[in-house]
Every structure is written in structure tokens, then in C-alpha cells.
Design a binder for this molecule. Structure first.
Ligand code: C2E
Ligand code: MG
Ligand code: MG
Length: 562
């Protein structure tokens, strides 16, 4: 080996090492080019590397064989190496020459070093690919949330984050799709749908599966239109043979990352698309919600309420109001509903402003138990001072259905306050999912067995109403005010017809009927005509502070003049 050749070898070897250690922009072509130059320098005719995941696979010939250089003159093997990596993978390297070419000792040694470096590189490279495969994909092969976050982090490091739009989406009614076409077909449909989105994004972003039928994506801003077209809904083929298709759509939260996003924590991207998506899921109109100033205000408000809640509960800021339930034939107060108010800095905050927020977590249960406890204390006091008590109903959020000891908790509170069970009524609203339905039945039955009355609140608002009263024995049906005919409505209007039949159906089933939201005398007449005797509504009174309600209770009845 002469000096010039040696010199050239060192240059090429260094180049090869350079090619192999660049991590980010690794180019296979550059490496192969360098290897070819080395082969030419040493008159190597052909270089082959092989990779097998295990010795077993090697035997079966099931691996990756790469011919990195071949000038067509290979006749004899001059060097052959086989190594087993720590993970049990097999890497082989073989070099060939023409019959009349040869390597001297020093040359052989240098080629040997080169080959070993190459094989070490291959084994490490394959290993990191395997790590990427495991670490950045989920069990079904979708890129996972970590891949999504890594993409965002890199975009932020490169100062390019504001070129992107992030979305989060949830497939609509996918449990129904699962039921309709079966899990396997639904998996195929989901994958195809996801692939449609991926195809639009190509290398300009990444789409990932967060879990279940929840996905997220980030992509260059100009792609949003095309992606939303897919997410608004498209038919997806799930059975190629029979050309069967199913319509899939999604609710979407969108966050167009602004120019001033800067160094804001990358987690914020996810928080923002998530809160937009949560609104999109609930929205009746449109399925796409953008994260904007209005939404930000809502979100800040929500966070504030969640943060303040525990202390407010401890401070006694929640107050129970009572709305009378009146027998409209006699004017008698026959019951009351306990409704909570948040009194903060002198302002009375109505439940619609905070219950839906607190209801997103199980903290609502603390509030409900608090209200039940207050109501029991008041009931006890009324029983002690008035000869006749009045039954009070308390609302229980659906979140309670998760609590397996719910019944014990309720009884504990009632018994601790020494209130006879017949004075308590629990109002529950309908639920839409089957699972919860079973829980609902269990809870309703348990309460009844303990002598506590149960009522269906807001009957007619949901979808499963009829099933609900067929499958579960309730004591009371509270007909939602949307079923109550408005004053200007003709007697033969659909609402009037439905109201009449709902009342008579409930009564035929032995349920007590109560109309909610009664505001006018005409509505009272309508109730009288239809034999619905109990009413709750502004016509008599709004929910009243405890003392005001007690004054009413003292009077015992409302004046009636019909
Ligand atoms: P809800 O249980 O259906 O309670 C009846 C609601 O209708 C009350 O609203 C009441 O003020 C209102 N209302 C009564 N009469 C009339 C009327 O004539 N016209 C109109 N327009 N409205 C009338 P409120 O007190 O604002 O409570 C709203 C909802 O918040 C309740 O609906 C209930 O679902 C929930 N809520 C209230 N307190 C609690 C609680 O302690 N726990 C839970 N989980 N939910 C509660
Ligand atoms: Mg209620
Ligand atoms: Mg109601």
C-alpha cells in the first residue's frame, strides 16, 4: 500500500464516519457514495450487508440484504464477517473481488476496520429505527401522541411553529359505527379515514392517534381547508370486495398557531385544540370550532371556576334555594325542589353558570352531597317547628353513577340528619349510554327500596325517554318545560297533543306527574284540563331563599281563583 493510497483511504474513512454520525439529516445516498469510492480504491468488486432480526430468521433467509456496491466483477470472497448484536440480531458483511485482484496485509486490515465500522453502524441504525417504531407508534401502528408532540417541539425549536395549524378531532358516533359494521370493519374504516387525512398532510406535518377514536394533527396552514373537507364527513370504503362504504365525520377543534406563540409551552397547543374540540362536541350546529378570543375567555372562566370551587364549598358560599311545588287544585304547597346558588361578593350566581363546568369532574358530587345535607338540615328544622313537613327534592348529577357506594353515601347524609326517608326525593336526569343506563336502574331501585322517592327530571329533553320509563320504576315524572304548550299555542298544536298524552301515559303507569316551568294562567288551565295536578314554576314562585320559602310554608298555600 503506497502513501498516496493510504492518504486517500484516510480521507475516505473520515468521510464515511462523518456520513454515519450525522443524526438529523442522515443521507443513505451519501454514505453509499463514500462506500463505493472506498471499494474502488481497494478494487473491491462487490459489497453486501445483511440484517436479520434473529438467528432463526437468518436461517430462514428472512432479513434485509443490501448490495451497496457491485461493479459486476465479483468472483471470490475476500472478507466475510458475522456479528450478533446485544438484542440477538445478526449483521453480516461480505466483500468480493475479481480473481486476479488481491489485498496486501495492511490493505486487508484497513478494509476490515471499515467493514466493522459499517456493521456497527447498521446495527445501531436498525436499533434506533426499532425504538422509533415502538416509541412513536401505538399498538395499532398509528403514530402516537409523543410523535405529535415531538413534531411540535421541533417546529418550535426551528422557529417555524406559527406556520402550522393544530387540530384535535373525535369521530362522531363511532360506537354506533362499531355496532353497525362490527369492530374489524370499523378498524379498517378508521384506518382509511385517518389515511385520507395523512395523505393530505404528507410531509408537511403529522397526524396521530391519541387513543380510541381521538386524533390530533398539525400541518402547514394552507392545508386546513382540504383537511376539514374530510373531517366534515366522507364515505369510507371498509369492504373492498363488496364495495361497502360507511359515512364517517368528526367534531374538530382548530388552533391556528399565531405569530406571537413564541416560547409558550408547547402543551398549550394541545390544551387549546382540546377546549375547542370539547365545544365542537357539544355544539348543535357545525362541527368545527376554532380556538379564538371568545373561547379563550370561556376557558379562562372555566379554569377560574374550577380553581375557586373547592374553597368556595368549604367557605359556605353555596346556598340552597327552594322552589315550591304546588297542587293547582288546592293551592297547597306539596313539595319543594332544592336548587343551589353560588353567592360570591354579594352576587347570586345561577347554577347554569357553574354546574356544567363542575360537572365535568366528579367534584359535582361534593356539591350535590353538600346540597343534600343542607336540605336535610332545613327539613329537620321544618319538621320540628311545623307540624307537617314538606318533601324536598334534590338534584343528583349523572356523575354520581360512577360511585358504587352512592346509595350508602346518600343514606348516611339523610340518617345523620334524622330525616324520615319519605321526605326526600332524588331527581335524576336521563342518560344516553347503555352502561350508565344500568347504573341508573341500580341506583333508582336502591333508593326506592330505602323508601326514598325518585323522579325523572327534564323528561322529554333526551332521546331515550320512553325506554327510560319502561325499564325503570320511577315515582315521579317531571315533564320538561319544552313540553308545556306556550300561551299563544293552539289547543291542537303538536306540543299540546304530546303534553296531553305524556301526562295520561304517566298516570296510567302509576307515576306522579309534575309540570316544570309553569309561568302563566293559561298554562295552569292546560294542566287542569289534562289532569296534571302538580306544578312548579314562576307562576307561583321562583326558587326562594330559605327564609322566604319558610314564610310561604307558614302560609301553607297559594290563593287560587279558578
Ligand atoms: P332543574 O333541576 O330542571 O331545575 C329547574 C330549573 O328551572 C331551575 O333553574 C328553576 O329556577 C327553573 N325554573 C323553575 N320554574 C321556572 C319557570 O317558570 N320558567 C323558567 N324559565 N324556569 C323555571 P336553576 O335553579 O337555574 O337550575 C338549573 C339547573 O341546574 C337545574 O335544572 C338542575 O339541573 C341544575 N341544578 C341546580 N342545583 C343543582 C344541584 O344542587 N346539583 C345538581 N347536580 N344540579 C343542580
Ligand atoms: Mg331538578
Ligand atoms: Mg328540571
Amino acid at each position: 500500500m503506497d502513501d498516496a493510497k493510504r492518504e486517500q483511504y484516510y480521507v475516505l474513512f473520515e468521510k464515511m464516519v462523518d456520513n454515519m454520525v450525522v443524526v438529523k439529516d442522515f443521507s443513505r445516498e451519501d454514505l453509499v457514495k463514500t462506500l463505493s469510492e472506498i471499494c474502488e480504491l481497494f478494487h473491491i468488486a462487490k459489497g453486501v450487508t445483511e440484517f436479520y432480526r434473529s438467528a432463526g430468521r437468518e436461517k430462514l433467509g428472512d432479513g434485509e440484504v443490501m448490495v451497496d456496491y457491485d461493479n459486476g466483477r465479483a468472483e471470490k470472497v475476500v472478507l466475510s464477517k458475522r456479528v450478533e448484536s446485544m438484542s440477538g440480531a445478526i449483521i453480516k458483511g461480505t466483500l468480493y473481488m475479481a480473481n486476479d485482484d488481491f489485498l496486501d496485509n495492511e490493505e486487508l486490515q484497513k478494509v476490515d476496520v471499515m467493514l466493522r465500522a459499517l456493521m456497527a453502524f447498521i446495527s445501531r441504525n436498525r436499533l434506533s429505527k426499532a425504538i422509533v417504531q415502538v416509541g412513536f407508534n401505538d399498538e395499532m401502528g398509528y403514530p402516537n401522541f409523543r410523535a405529535f408532540m415531538r413534531f411540535l417541539e421541533r417546529a418550535q425549536d426551528d422557529g417555524e411553529i406559527s406556520e402550522y395549524t393544530a387540530i384535535r378531532f373525535n369521530l362522531k358516533q363511532f360506537s354506533v359505527v362499531n355496532q353497525d359494521i362490527g369492530r374489524d370493519n370499523a378498524d379498517v374504516a378508521m384506518r382509511r379515514y385517518f389515511h385520507l387525512v395523512e395523505t393530505v398532510i404528507e410531509d408537511d406535518g403529522i397526524a396521530c392517534r391519541i387513543g380510541g377514536d381521538n386524533f390530533a394533527a398539525v400541518f402547514k396552514k394552507d392545508l386546513l381547508g382540504s383537511i376539514l373537507e374530510i373531517l366534515r364527513g366522507v364515505p369510507v370504503v371498509y369492504d373492498k370486495e363488496h364495495r361497502r362504504r360507511i359515512y364517517i365525520s368528526a367534531s374538530v377543534g382548530v388552533y391556528e398557531i399565531p405569530g406571537d406563540f413564541g416560547d409558550t409551552h408547547i402543551r398549550e397547543v394541545m390544551d387549546r385544540v382540546s377546549s375547542a374540540e370539547a365545544v365542537a362536541k357539544r355544539a348543535d350546529t357545525g362541527y368545527v370550532i376554532f380556538y379564538d378570543a371568545e373561547l379563550r375567555k370561556q376557558r379562562d372562566n372555566m379554569m377560574r371556576i374550577r380553581r375557586m370551587f373547592p374553597r368556595a364549598l368549604g367557605n359556605g358560599e353555596f346556598v340552597v334555594y327552594y322552589q315550591p311545588k304546588v297542587n293547582i287544585r288546592t293551592g297547597q304547597i306539596v313539595g319543594t325542589e332544592a336548587l343551589c346558588r353560588w353567592v360570591r361578593d354579594g352576587r347570586v350566581i345561577p347554577p347554569m353558570e357553574f354546574i356544567p363546568i363542575i360537572e365535568q369532574t366528579t367534584e359535582i358530587c361534593d356539591l350535590d352531597f353538600y346540597v343534600l345535607d343542607r336540605a336535610c338540615k332545613d327539613l329537620r328544622a321544618w319538621l320540628d317547628t311545623h307540624e307537617t313537613g314538606v318533601r324536598a327534592s334534590v338534584n343528583l348529577s349523572r356523575k354520581h353513577l360512577l360511585d358504587t357506594d352512592l346509595l350508602e353515601h346518600i343514606l348516611q347524609i339523610i340518617d345523620r340528619n334524622q330525616v324520615p326517608h319519605e321526605y326526600i326525593e332524588i331527581e335524576l336526569t336521563e342518560t344516553t349510554t347503555d352502561v350508565r343506563f344500568k347504573d341508573l336502574r341500580r341506583v333508582a331501585q336502591g333508593l326506592q327500596q330505602a323508601g326514598i322517592r325518585t323522579s325523572v327530571d327534564d323528561f322529554g329533553m333526551g332521546y331515550s325517554s320512553l325506554n327510560l320509563i319502561r325499564e325503570i320504576d320511577w315515582d315521579v315524572l317531571k315533564i320538561d318545560r319544552s313540553f308545556l304548550p306556550k300561551d299563544e299555542e293552539a289547543a291542537g298544536s303538536i306540543t299540546s297533543i304530546m303534553f296531553r298524552h305524556v301526562v295520561s301515559m304517566a298516570q296510567a303507569m302509576g307515576l306522579e306527574c309534575i309540570a316544570e316551568g309553569v309561568e302563566t294562567e293559561n298554562q295552569i288551565k292546560c294542566l287542569l284540563d289534562n289532569n296534571c295536578e302538580i306544578a312548579q314554576g314562576f307562576y307561583f314562585d321562583k326558587p326562594l331563599p330559605k327564609e322566604e320559602f319558610e314564610a310561604k310554608l307558614e302560609e301553607g298555600k297559594y290563593e287560587i281563583n279558578w
